[in-house]
Design a protein around this ligand. Structure first.
Ligand code: ZN
Length: 375
């Protein structure tokens, strides 16, 4: 099955060196599995975290493959391991991709924070870092093990289309979505059975293993912002570009300012004591104090490599043609222990954007909307 997507922001599938010059399928697979797991948990089923992130409680329970189908018809696998594979059980499909070229990595920042961003980004992104861009991302999906029955008796192609449909509607593909990359939409929406994704998951047995705090779409709010006037970012100067002399081919359609929306803070003037902080991170710190770390993440050495992963994601601004208004997506996972602050958190994010772009408008989507549109 061939699937065609249009990148709306460049795609990042880079390696540890911080260079993303070729499309690495492992970089795509990680994000596909991440979204799939979030949907499985939202539907009330267990999905393990294959990275086995250490938590205060110990380690998340990864699935143990049981080869005996008589004893265990699902081989002891969660829906995510069944589809994406785990030790002893191969991934049920093959994926390849083409159509993109390497383009210069570049972001734009407000002049008062550009130096600051430049300093820490230099430690994260190696000189010569690339992102992937092009008019069409073509994915080839091939089903493996065609004689094995798929739980729910659904068609595996439709499960995969359903997952990509979620990504093209609400989220992002590939790595570093928190840094603005990976927004895509269908170039041509394939015909598929939209119920396949949830029917597949609902066919699995219940599992009492705890998933509290793990990514869960049900606990996530999705935003879609429209920005008719991006203000001074629309006429950025060379001082606002990082790296300064970069001139990638995506800049006519993409305004790469996600860092400013997430982090931007105006340094306080040490003599005058004035100055105010802006951006989602300082706004949530104001709102939640130290507990904000549970949502915005806690920095280790740099703002990019976080000790606790961020649960706030902001895309760069994008538009399909230079005549369209800019748009961007954002989503925030509010874990259960902060559920009472949920509305305050989504309100604070909306306020940050309104303050930055007074003419902007926002659509907010909850789990009910998500279910209605893509499940
Ligand atoms: Zn599993």
């Amino acid at each position: 099955m061939d699937l065609d997507l249009t990148p709306l922001t460049p795609i990042w599938t880079g390696d540890a060196e911080g260079i993303s010059a070729t499309l690495r399928i492992t970089g795509l697979m990680g994000s596909l599995r991440w979204w799939f797991e979030g949907i499985v948990r939202a539907l009330g089923y267990y999905a393990c975290d294959p990275t086995c992130s250490p938590t205060e409680q110990g380690y998340y329970n990864a699935c143990q493959y049981d080869p005996d189908p008589k004893k265990n018809p699902f081989h002891g696998l969660c829906p995510a391991c069944w589809l994406f594979g785990t030790t002893g059980w191969a991934r049920r499909f093959r994926l390849s991709g083409s159509g993109l070229h390497a383009s210069e990595w570049c972001i734009i920042a407000a002049p008062e924070v550009a130096r600051l961003h430049d300093n820490w980004l230099r430690r994260v992104y190696k000189p010569g870092s690339k992102v992937l861009w092009g008019d069409a991302l073509k994915l080839q999906f091939t089903r493996h093990f065609t004689r094995i029955r798929v739980p729910g008796d659904v068609d595996l192609d439709s499960i995969f289309c359903g997952l990509l449909n979620v990504i093209s509607r609400f989220s992002a593909l590939a790595a570093k979505p928190q840094n603005g990359w990976g927004i895509v939409e269908w170039r041509e929406r394939p015909q598929f059975d939209r119920t396949a994704l949830s029917r597949f998951i609902n066919a699995f047995p219940g599992d009492s293993r705890d998933t509290t705090g793990m990514f869960n779409v049900k606990e996530t709010a999705f935003f879609e912002f429209s920005i008719p006037n991006p203000g001074r970012y629309a006429t950025y100067t060379p001082e606002m570009k990082i790296p300064r002399f970069a001139n990638p081919d995506y800049l006519s359609r993409v305004l790469p300012i996600a860092y400013d929306i997430r982090y931007k803070s105006r340094a306080r003037n040490p003599r005058m004591g004035g100055g105010a902080d802006h951006g989602i991170r300082p706004a949530l710190k104001n709102l939640l104090g130290r507990r904000a770390e549970e949502i915005v993440g806690a920095s280790a050495r740099t703002q990019d490599e976080e000790r606790f992963a961020s649960r706030v994601f902001v895309s760069h601004l994008y538009r399909l043609t230079p005549r369209d208004p800019y748009r961007f997506r954002s989503w925030v996972h509010v874990p259960p222990d902060l559920v009472r602050q949920r509305q305050a958190v989504t309100g604070a994010i909306q306020n940050v954007v309104t303050e930055m772009f007074p003419s902007s408008s926002c659509k907010l989507y909850t789990w009910a909307d998500f279910q209605k549109e893509v499940l």
